[in-house]
Design a protein around this ligand. Structure first.
Ligand code: FES
Length: 315
């Protein structure tokens, strides 16, 4: 059973309902009943038959207030964002699509919201990884952004709804960007546990300032270098996972990290993982984000809230 990150949002129902491919509603996909509905409090079918139409997220120009290089090819950028976005930007897994001003939508790339300041300005961290991010680094004053999007995590509802009190977080590289919004939720639920943090290739623990709000212990730990499966650093991690039955596992990092976590996970450990799919439209029409699932089916990674253990991780 698969939910849609956009169910109940201003973007729902979307064009997928018209085309018989709604991710959330079996009836809109042609089924006779909604037995397989992953009901989360909003009925897409009801909204659709009442003629409601979700809005399309459009790009808006935004001012770059500040850009700081915090590591080798790693930048922290503070942006002006529309006031109406701010509640959604504070949700776990929230991200925006960013492109240079005037560029085609194919130049857009997803960037996780790292932190929303008390004054509403939004910080994101990105690395110079290829042509798209290099182009963005050349824009010194204005970017175009669309959003907010909600699908930066797989298994989000486990984080928001679960009554889990113990958590083990495994965080690597720019996976740190997802931490502040997640830690706020964990804190509000009274969760405690351990956080294993790997600065990654950039070697920068830029989320450190936000860790005091984590009600647990923090350890620096190698998690996903290009090393062997059996390197000593990882065997210590598998021991920690094995020693945390019933914990909520949260892995924020590469597909390689997720693959390892998936192999080490105990069946009684619920799992939430960062969504690393390539995205272009963020809205379900381009197919760039297609996720292969273990049952042989596919899902739109920018929309579908699939369970991490159902994904074939390629890392
Ligand atoms: S990013 Fe285009 S369909 Fe998901």
């Amino acid at each position: 059973m698969m939910g849609c990150h956009d169910t109940g949002s201003d973007a729902c129902p979307c064009f997928l309902a018209d085309s018989g491919q709604c991710i959330a509603c079996p009836i809109l996909r042609g089924a006779d009943s909604c037995d397989a509905c992953s009901w989360n409090g909003a009925c897409v079918y009801d909204a659709y038959v009442r003629g409601e139409k979700g809005g399309v997220r459009r790009f808006v120009r935004t001012r770059i207030i500040r850009r700081t290089t915090i590591g080798d090819g790693l930048h922290m950028v503070t942006l002006d964002t529309p006031e109406t976005w701010q509640a959604d930007l504070r949700l776990p897994g929230s991200f925006v699509m960013v492109k240079p001003p005037g560029a085609e939508i194919t130049w857009s790339c997803p960037m996780a919201v790292f932190y929303v300041q008390p004054d509403g300005k939004c910080r994101i961290v990105y690395g110079d990884r290829g042509p798209k991010t290099n182009q963005l680094s050349r824009c010194s004053e204005i970017w175009e952004i669309s959003g907010p999007y909600r699908s930066g995590l797989l298994g989000t509802r486990r984080l928001l709804q679960a009554d889990c009190r113990s958590v083990l977080l495994l965080v690597s590289g720019t996976g740190q960007s997802l931490l502040p919004n997640i830690l706020r939720v964990l804190r509000s639920k009274g969760c405690t546990g351990e956080l294993l943090l790997d600065p990654g290739i950039g070697g920068v623990t830029y989320a450190m300032d936000h860790l005091p709000c984590f009600p647990g212990e923090v350890f620096l730990q190698n998690l996903d270098d290009d090393g062997e499966e059996c390197r000593p650093g990882w065997s210590a991690v598998t021991a920690r996972i094995a020693g945390a039955p019933g914990h909520l596992l949260i892995s924020l990092g590469s597909d390689f990290l997720h693959r390892r976590v998936g192999a080490a996970r105990l069946t009684n450990q619920s799992w939430v993982a960062s969504n690393n799919q390539i995205m272009v439209c963020g809205s379900g029409w381009c197919g760039a984000c297609t996720v292969q699932l273990r049952d042989g089916s596919e899902a739109r990674g920018c929309k579908a809230d699939v369970a991490p253990e159902d994904v074939i991780w390629r890392g």
